[in-house]
Design a protein around this ligand. Structure first.
Ligand code: TYD
Length: 211
């Protein structure tokens, strides 16, 4: 059996990753591909429990190292239980956020040491690395406005990061741009301004080039 492909989706709050991943998965499945869709933090029972701690506003401020360890623990579970077996099985694996989010949020956003984050990523992921990463890029203010509407609409209890300052979110976006500059062979930045269909066309074109 041929090895699968691992594609991750990244971006700041409200950039539309989730709907784009879902739309892409449906499209690829309709073409006969075996697609595994997952998200971080989450994707496993343990990961989902960790997700609740990390994203509920009541958790408030936690020590940055604790936060890094929790994201890394959730990642280790999803890598070993879901992502690695699916790649070996020949599937297309689409993951909503992955290690680049840790570099952007904990590294650039919180200002943690990037070398320490690299070590944690290596520990959690072993040799599992995305073959391709799409960053959906949107002005921070626009994304936060979208996210706020969603929070009001859904009454979600996952808004701990949305509540961070505007300056934090700008640092996260700059972080994503630096990640893309550093690794252009893997990472593509796509304009996330536009309708769902317009952005889907950009995503689909980028993925088809890689497939
Ligand atoms: P997510 O479910 O991706 O929501 P959104 O739709 O807002 O993107 O939320 C996950 C949150 O966790 C998001 O605010 C980014 C943050 N995060 C980190 O800070 N570090 C990480 O390593 C990951 C995976 C996510």
């Amino acid at each position: 059996m041929s090895k699968g492909i691992f594609i991750t989706f990244e971006g700041t709050e409200g950039c539309g990753k989730s709907v784009q991943i879902w739309t892409l998965a449906e499209k690829l499945r309709s073409e006969g591909h075996e697609v595994i869709l997952t998200r971080e933090p989450g994707g496993t029972e343990t990961g989902t429990d960790i997700r609740k701690i990390l994203l509920r506003p009541e958790t408030g401020s936690i020590d940055p190292v604790t936060e890094l360890l929790l994201f890394s623990a959730a990642r280790r579970e999803i890598v070993t239980q879901i992502i690695s077996p699916a790649i070996k099985n020949g599937s297309i694996v689409l993951c909503d956020r992955f290690a680049d989010s840790t570099v952007a949020y904990q590294g650039f956003g919180r200002g943690m040491d990037l070398a320490l984050i690299d070590d944690m990523v290596r520990l959690a992921c072993g040799d599992v690395r995305p073959d391709m990463t799409l960053i959906l890029d949107l002005p921070v203010e626009e994304g936060l406005a979208r996210a706020e509407k969603r929070i009001e609409g859904e009454g979600t209890c996952e808004a701990r990061f949305e509540a961070e300052s505007l300056a934090f979110h700008h640092k996260v976006r700059e972080g994503f741009m630096k990640i893309a500059e550093k690794d252009p062979a893997r990472v593509k930045v796509l304009n996330a301004v536009g309708s769902i269909d317009e952005v889907h066309a950009r995503v689909y074109e980028a993925v088809c080039q890689r497939l």
